[in-house]
Design a protein around this ligand. Structure first.
Ligand code: 13P
Ligand code: SF4
Length: 303
């Protein structure tokens, strides 16, 4: 297939009246061919609102599941159905039920990086870009937050009047970013700005010039005149950062941070998915119905 594979994907996409969605951590060539590229929140809105009935979701499982929950009548395909998110898998249905049973009066907030089954037991979902706005609209004092303790801790720092009980999960890629790797870059590029995803540990967040989602980080670098940026998140984000800012420099702590599951999408499996209409996301109807409330609350409270 070689160099023509992108043309073949474009052709099939038109024939099938499908759209391709890709997260900022996807490989460059996948972001290049996608109709919409964005952070988790943006992609969830596109999945909900698109008029096309076939969505090829290039991302990880919780993203494909969220698209299906929001648009149960659309066909959601994923080029790599086995792309999970290790953090989302850090809490299962039995554990969320037990967690809630311990704190019966608490409001349950899950990061969108969680399974559909877990979402079905939660009151509202949040993303990195929407979490603070959503928490602002919640009156309950006691909040259960899962599965990311780092994002939960970051939110809690912003709502001191509330009591947060955090699940002990994390993203191994963000959690492993070392402060020394950032200091080394800062020493080399003293005028650089440090842009940090909230999945990073507190000591990294504490030295950040900006904390936000992938889209937030891209907007910050694009809307400021500084030349050098230290980017504390997954390296797929560099594609959009460099596209929008060809004259600026971006440095990843430690040289490389690559989420294995995000990189499972290839032009070949994207082509194969569209050609054979395979790898459909299928959800249990009652799980999907219960999880819908959680995502609908996210969209309405984020405004
Ligand atoms: P964003 O919502 O910032 O795109 O983050 C998604 C994610 O998986 C971060 O690891
Ligand atoms: Fe999950 Fe971390 Fe990969 Fe994001 S970077 S999808 S949180 S494993």
């Amino acid at each position: 297939m070689g160099k023509n594979i992108t043309e073949e994907i474009e052709k099939l996409k038109k024939e099938r009246n499908a759209i391709i969605l890709a997260h900022y951590y996807q490989p460059d060539e996948i972001q290049e061919i996608a109709d919409y590229v964005g952070d988790s929140y943006y992609l969830s809105e596109i999945a909900r609102d698109s008029v096309e009935n076939i969505i090829v979701f290039c991302g990880v499982k919780f993203m494909g599941e969220s698209a299906k929950i929001l648009s149960p009548n659309k066909t959601i395909l994923m080029p790599s159905l086995d792309s999970g998110c290790a953090m989302a898998d850090m809490i299962n249905e039995g554990e969320i039920i037990e967690f809630k049973n311990k704190y019966k009066d608490a409001y349950t907030v899950c990061y969108i990086n969680s399974s559909a089954t877990v979402k079905a037991h939660c009151d509202v979902s949040v993303t990195s870009s929407s979490a603070l706005d959503i928490l602002n609209s919640i009156e309950n004092k006691q909040i259960l937050f899962l599965p990311d303790r780092n994002l939960g801790e970051y939110i809690a720092e912003n709502f001191k009047e509330k009591e947060f009980i955090l699940w002990d999960g994390c993203c191994k890629y963000h959690n492993n970013i070392k402060i020394n790797e950032i200091y080394e870059l800062k020493e080399k590029y003293p005028n650089s700005k440090i842009l940090v995803h909230p999945e990073c540990q507190k000591q990294i967040r504490d030295i950040a010039d900006y904390i936000g989602s992938t889209a937030g980080i891209i907007n910050y670098a694009t809307n400021n005149d500084y030349k050098d940026y230290i980017i504390a998140t997954e390296e797929g984000i560099l594609y959009e950062l460099k596209k929008k800012n060809p004259d600026k420099n971006f440095y990843i702590p430690g040289g490389s941070i690559s989420c294995v599951d995000m990189k499972k999408t290839t032009l070949n499996n994207l082509y194969d998915t569209l050609l054979n209409m395979k790898n459909e996301v299928i959800l249990d109807e009652s799980v999907s119905k219960n999880a819908l409330k959680c995502l609908e609350n996210m969209h309405s409270l984020a405004k």
